[in-house]
Design a protein around this ligand. Sequence first.
Ligand code: FES
Length: 172
Amino acid sequence: MNNLAEKYPQEIERILAKYPADQKRAAVMPLLYLAQRERMYVTKQSMEEIAEILDISSTDVASIVGFYTLYYENPGAKYRIQVCTDLPCALRGAEQFLEQLCENLGVRLGEPTADGLVLVEHVMCLAGCDRAPMFQVQSGDGLTYHENQTVDSALDLVQSLRDKERRRNGHE
Ligand code: FES
């Protein structure tokens, strides 16, 4: 049984329709994105299912997951706060911002919060160099950008994500 194919038949059909039949392996990227959407990482099973859909080996799929930084093989957090600490941002206090944000959330870099909601990690230039501290938030909902941040504004954002999840889970 291919869970991915059973769960998202229309999306998969739509994705595959974009590629000529003899080049359907090119659909691996959007299929990985689809598989990752729910849990923010791609399970081994999903990799095998994608391989089956595209008629390629699961090793091929795994190597793509390993190569691209936007795909994850292990559970992390629902939301990834990716702070740019490249040189121009570092000159505008990004490293200190990152450190204080982790401290306030009670986590180390790359470690999820106890509720599994967010983790903080650093990334290279996100093209917002003059508006640092800045970060992007990656989740199953896509990417959002947040510029000219303070630790307080970032913590407010985390709180709003927490509220959103509570609503999503029907707790309010
Ligand atoms: S160096 Fe941070 S956004 Fe460019």
